[in-house]
Design a protein around this ligand. Structure first.
Ligand SMILES: [Cu+2]
Length: 160
């Protein structure tokens, strides 16, 4: 009887401590991962070669969920992507686009690229999640399909 009771107590203790540690750690983990992201949406202005909006403002380090829609008419529209880069690096990323090529959606492997969608056909949309840069500033976004970046463009303002 005696050894069995000991085992039983030890077992109960391990369950109790396990539940206790769960109740302490889970709410913290959930609070962190389930905080809803700040929602952003960008689309082309129909088939026109421009984005709307062309300006957005977020807080540094904010969790973001951005939906990009290529709202072009499938009969006549081009494919587009949405690329966000570090301040002062747009020209380099644009210049490296053609070499990255269609299989990489014209997005070069570069630490200057903060976030991007795939190249989307007219009518397609994609939602991406990323974290706003920790450093306040003006971050350019554009389509990096060759020849599109001077028209399909905007600025993400990151505030402290
Ligand atoms: Cu484009």
């Amino acid at each position: 009887m005696q050894p069995e009771r000991k085992v039983n107590l030890a077992y109960r203790y391990s369950i109790a401590s396990c539940l206790l540690s769960l109740s302490v750690t889970l709410p913290v983990a959930w609070a962190h991962t389930t905080r809803p992201p700040h929602l952003l949406s960008v689309s082309t202005k129909g088939t026109e070669m421009s984005f709307e909006p062309t300006e957005m403002t977020v807080r540094a380090g904010q969790h973001l969920s951005l939906t990009f829609k290529n709202a072009s008419d499938p009969a006549v529209g081009f494919s587009h992507n949405w690329v966000l880069v570090k301040p002062g690096t747009k020209a380099n990323v644009v210049a490296a686009g053609p070499q990255a090529g269609q299989e990489k959606d014209y997005v070069p492997d570069s630490p200057d690229v903060i976030a991007h969608t795939h190249l989307l056909k007219p009518g397609e949309s994609q939602t991406i999640q990323f974290t706003a840069p920790p450093k306040p500033g003006d971050y350019p976004y554009f389509c990096n399909f060759p020849g599109h970046s001077e028209l399909l463009k905007g600025m993400l303002h990151v505030t402290g």
